[in-house]
Design a protein around this ligand. Structure first.
Ligand code: F6P
Length: 320
């Protein structure tokens, strides 16, 4: 392999820049050239491609977002888009590609690998919802951001003896909600992986905490469960507890990556290039039992991740 491309795709995540940096510098140190592809697969199809040097990734390890920009590309879901992508790679001399993103991005990487452009996926999403990997780039930063925000909300909820209902990101995955809820001492944590019974899982829990002396309440809800506003309304109308809603939203996607995200991104980016340098494509880099491993994309996409039930139960046991 003489030249590789690197792109970021799907929702951005803090630490993507650290991964880009690792890819660029690892490749160059191995004598491989690197092209940066802007705006994910869209940039590949539109030829938004630039040469990267060791200096083009200076001063980015600490920056959130992605210097390559990101996009979701509908055209790449069609076979014609994938074939055009292959042509573009040939035209620009790109022999392999590192794709930093989530499951949707890996599907594109698989399609491109199948038509002869070896691709390696690097898990980058704040949701930690990539089944083959215990960890995804951006997850730690997002949780720490959410934790800081909920700590601030606790101060005011305490002063007013209110209930604060906080909605965190996670359309299909509750990992951010669960861990943030534990770290912030939430009395109720709601995740999309568990069916939600408003009476049993919300109102009874708060009522019990109230009966044993709790005067303010934190409810952390993943966005995939439903509207935080509705939940706050239910608490207020049923239990008479003054309630407020906060939707943290995209604040969780930004900010300087934590140490953990920077180190993970660096390891994963390095491994992705190592694989491509051996002409190995159609793989996703992952963390399993704390170790760096890799899987065939097909196999990775077929895996399923469950919510940490034990942690959920611990949360319930101590949030009284
Ligand atoms: O990155 C994943 C995620 O943050 C989800 O939790 C969320 O639902 C989604 O992205 C929102 O992304 P966007 O606003 O970019 O469509």
């Amino acid at each position: 392999i003489k030249t590789i491309g690197v792109l970021t795709s799907g929702g951005d995540a803090p630490g993507m820049n650290a991964a880009i940096r690792a890819v660029v510098r690892t490749a160059i140190s191995m004598g491989i050239k690197v092209k940066g592809i802007m705006r994910g697969y869209s940039g590949l199809l539109n030829e938004e491609i630039m040469d990267m040097s060791i200096r083009s990734v200076s001063e980015i390890i600490q920056r959130g977002g992605t210097i390559l920009y990101t996009a979701r590309c509908l055209e790449f879901k069609e076979m014609s888009g994938v074939m055009k992508g292959k042509e573009m790679c040939e035209k620009h001399g790109i022999d392999g590609l590192v794709v930093i993103g989530g499951d949707g991005s890996f599907r594109g990487a698989q399609d491109l690998s199948n038509v002869g452009v070896p691709c390696v996926g690097v898990p980058g999403t704040i949701d930690n919802d990539i089944a083959c990997s215990e960890y995804t780039i951006g997850y730690d930063t997002a949780m720490n951001t959410a934790m800081e925000m909920v700590d601030k909300l606790r101060d005011t909820a305490h002063s007013h003896e209110r209930c604060s209902v906080v909605e965190v990101m996670g359309r299909r995955a509750g990992h951010i909600a669960l861990n943030t809820g534990i770290a912030c001492g939430a009395c109720v944590i709601l995740v999309p992986e568990k069916p939600f019974d408003p009476q049993k899982d919300l109102l009874d829990r708060i009522r019990y905490s109230q009966s044993v002396g709790k005067r303010h309440f934190i409810v952390v809800v993943a966005e995939g469960v439903g509207s935080a506003g509705d939940i706050a309304g239910l608490i207020q109308n049923t239990l008479g507890i003054d309630s407020r809603t906060t939707v943290l939203g995209h604040v969780q996607r930004g900010g300087s990556p934590t140490l953990r995200d920077r180190v993970m991104a660096t390891k994963m980016g390095y491994r992705a290039v190592e694989l491509l340098s051996q002409n190995i494509g159609n793989r996703v880099v992952a963390i399993q039992k704390g170790e760096l491993v890799d899987f065939e994309i097909n196999e990775a996409l077929a895996m399923q991740k469950t919510i940490d039930e034990r942690l959920l139960n611990i949360g319930h046991a101590i949030s009284i």
